[in-house]
Write a protein that binds this ligand. Structure first.
Ligand code: ADP
Ligand code: MG
Length: 377
């Protein structure tokens, strides 16, 4: 195979968005509630078929070398980003769908590894593109599911369903209330005027598959198995109420209690946030978002000094209604609801203060709620 020509004329173009999550941190893999939305930062995929039964080549402009794939022999790679693609291809094949040779060029304006779920955007865009290119007739639910499965099996991050779900099902100017237990969802019209959604990227890198993310999952599962001894009907932290948790407190270690308490409280906060949005009560929404960060900091312990600094900074500004860490934690982005007239001065001030404190450049950008994975051509 020769190298891919990035200027080739594509047959189809797919756009796959990243996502924010207003509230509901780490509740997804606990079968709880989340409130994500797809955003106008995306990965774009240019696909064309080639005259081969088993060769595929994918080039990402964000990485140096293309992946060359033998479709009849999909195995894990030592290069992390390749595994997201390989995993998706294998999952599609496991559904009995036939792929043929293709080329794909990927380009992106979605920050990588920052809690905006570039990984899900990558998986879902790949699944969506192959579905369209080869007329596989996959349903959106299948694409969401197989993308998540690819991340579990090929990358080793045991992520919940939220990221892939939001990337595929996003709707302009709406958030999605998703029940990760039943997979039922409801679009929530989201008018934040006069507030804007500002993301601040700490530019501290995290690698979720490195263990902390999975260890929180293990701790939650352990808490469930202890609570189950008194309450056999409990299958996940979603099924636990505050009173059940208090009854079980004696049997739980302080760590298990803290993790469980956070999840139980966070689920309640998500539902209260939906009510606040429906009543156009941005002040209440903001308070819940700040409370979410406090829980993620003190109970769930997935923040870091850079994230906490940014949140403390915003708490001192009366024009920032709410702020919290988004995504897996230990770095990445914070989401901030900022009064529109103050967006520019706020970004300037916080960037300067952050640079002075940590000697790291902050990246800041505004996002809008957008549609999910789409065929552009
Ligand atoms: P997040 O999903 O929050 O961005 P993750 O660590 O879960 O962070 O996923 C980031 C990984 O996804 C990257 O390390 C890379 O392997 C893959 N990825 C994301 N965007 C791209 C891209 N444009 N091209 C190739 N791989 C990408
Ligand atoms: Mg991810």
């Amino acid at each position: 195979m020769t190298d891919i020509d990035p200027s080739f004329v594509p047959e189809i173009i797919i756009e796959s968005p990243g996502r924010i999550n207003f509230i509901g941190g780490h509740t997804d893999y606990n079968n709880g509630f989340v409130l994500p939305a797809a955003i106008d930062k995306k990965i774009r995929f240019y696909f064309r078929k080639i005259d081969s039964l088993e060769n595929a080549m994918i080039f990402s402009k964000q990485y140096e070398h293309p992946i060359k794939i033998n479709l009849s022999h999909i195995v894990k790679s030592d290069v992390i980003w390749e595994n997201y693609i390989l995993g998706v291809i294998l999952q599609i094949q496991k559904l009995g769908k036939k792929l043929r040779g293709f080329e794909c060029v990927i380009d992106s304006n979605l920050p990588i590894g920052s809690g905006l779920s570039s990984s899900a955007a990558l998986e879902c865009g790949m699944a969506f593109g192959l579905d369209k290119l080869f007329e596989l007739n996959l349903t959106k639910t299948e694409m969401v599911q197989l993308s998540m499965q690819a991340e579990h099996e090929f990358v080793g991050t045991k992520c919940g369903i939220m990221d892939q779900f939001a990337s595929v099902n996003g709707k302009k100017d709406n958030a999605i209330l998703l029940d990760c237990r039943s997979k039922e969802y409801r679009y929530i019209p989201t008018v934040l005027d006069p507030y804007k959604i500002v993301l601040l990227n700490t530019n501290v890198s995290h690698q979720l598959s490195d263990g902390q993310y999975n260890s929180r999952q293990d701790e939650c599962a352990e808490a469930v198995s202890i609570i189950q001894k008194k309450f056999p009907e409990v299958n996940s932290l979603r099924d636990v109420s505050l009173s059940m948790l208090e009854v079980s407190k004696q049997s739980l270690s302080p760590i298990h209690y803290k993790r469980a308490l956070f999840v139980v409280q966070e689920n309640e906060r998500v539902l209260k946030s939906v009510k606040a949005l429906e009543e156009n009560n941005i002040e209440e929404l903001g308070k819940l978002i700040y409370a979410s960060h406090d829980g993620l900091r003190n109970l769930y312990e997935i923040t870091c000094p850079e994230l906490d600094y940014l949140i403390d900074f915003s708490k001192n500004k009366e024009y920032v209604m709410g702020a919290r860490v988004m995504g897996g934690g230990f770095g990445g982005c914070t989401i901030n609801l900022v009064y529109e007239d103050f967006v520019k001065p706020y970004i300037e001030e916080v960037s300067k203060a952050y640079k002075e404190k940590f000697n790291i450049d902050l990246s800041a950008f505004e996002v809008n709620l957008s549609n999910g994975t789409t065929l552009r051509k």
